[in-house]
Each structure stands twice: as structure tokens, then as C-alpha cells.
Design a protein around this ligand. Structure first.
Ligand SMILES: [Zn+2]
Ligand SMILES: [Zn+2]
Length: 156
């Protein structure tokens, strides 16, 4: 978490603080899918304070109806987002662990969802952090930063 905080801080150049975790993940669990309902956890984060954003980090597999899974989800009105770490690990795909790759992916997903809380949509630039990740390959291609077109739109 400390490593992720530092990396996210490096992108936004603003204070980033680690807070306590979710009190109850169980309420969002769907036993048929063996996954957690993303929107439910997002709502549980409440509303971010003025001029701030909140990102929930869940070490659980998240979904929304009609999709097999989601890497994350964001809500512009409440200034909150949620990111799942589950599918960002090489181990999830039966591969050898790679801590740095995992942290890079997690940073990209966190920065991406935060971008949505600032009203940014998906960007056609495949290197921009706001590019849509349909798969992890897309996530690995893009950078952790906003492109020159998206960057000016991050305004507190
Ligand atoms: Zn997105
Ligand atoms: Zn962009």
C-alpha cells in the first residue's frame, strides 16, 4: 500500500493518504459468481470530501452485471473509485509472481479510475493511462500518466 501511495502521489503531485479498509466485504459477495459486486462496494465508500478523492483497494474479484469482471469502477458525483487487485497478479493466470509488474498495473488502474472521477472518459491514445483496458495486455501497453490532452483536465 505504501508503494502504491508513493506511485500515485508521483502522478498527481498531491498528498495521498492510506486509510483503513472496508468494514464488510461479505455484503457484496455473490456466491453464484464467487465475485463481489463492484457498485455495492463503491457505494459503501460514501462521498469524498471536497477537493479530495477516495479509492477503495479491494483484494477481491469484482464484477458488475453483464460483465465477466471489472478492474475497477468510478463515480464522478461522489468522487470515489474502486480498484480490484485480483486480476493484476501474474499468479492469477498461473504465471510466476512479478511484484514490480503487479505494482505498475495497480498504479495504472488506480490512476485510471481517479481520472474518471475528474470526468475524463476513455482516451484513444494507447499510451495514455485513460486508454480503456479490455485486457491486461492493454494495461501493460499504456503508461501510468495522462497524455497531453487528458492531463490539463485534472483540476481540483
Ligand atoms: Zn475506464
Ligand atoms: Zn489521454
Amino acid at each position: 500500500m505504501a508503494e502504491l501511495r508513493d506511485r500515485v502521489q508521483g502522478v498527481f503531485h498531491c498528498p495521498v493518504e492510506i486509510k483503513g479498509g472496508f468494514s464488510d466485504l461479505a455484503q457484496a459477495y455473490n456466491p453464484e459468481r464467487k465475485q463481489y459486486l463492484s457498485s455495492h462496494l463503491l457505494a459503501a465508500l460514501g462521498k469524498a470530501e471536497r477537493n479530495s478523492r477516495v479509492v477503495g483497494i479491494a483484494d477481491a474479484d469484482l464484477y458488475v452485471p453483464k460483465l465477466n469482471f471489472v478492474f475497477g469502477e468510478a463515480d464522478m458525483d461522489s468522487g470515489t473509485a474502486i480498484v480490484s487487485l485480483c486480476r493484476l497478479r501474474q499468479e492469477f493466470y498461473g504465471l510466476a509472481p512479478n511484484e514490480d509488474l503487479f505494482l505498475q498495473r495497480a498504479t495504472k488502474e488506480i490512476v485510471h479510475e481517479l481520472g474518471h472521477t475528474f470526468g475524463l472518459g476513455h482516451c484513444p491514445d494507447s499510451k495514455c493511462v485513460m486508454h480503456f483496458s479490455n485486457s491486461l495486455a492493454d494495461t501493460d501497453v499504456k503508461g501510468i500518466r495522462f497524455c497531453p490532452r487528458c492531463r490539463p483536465r485534472i483540476v481540483f
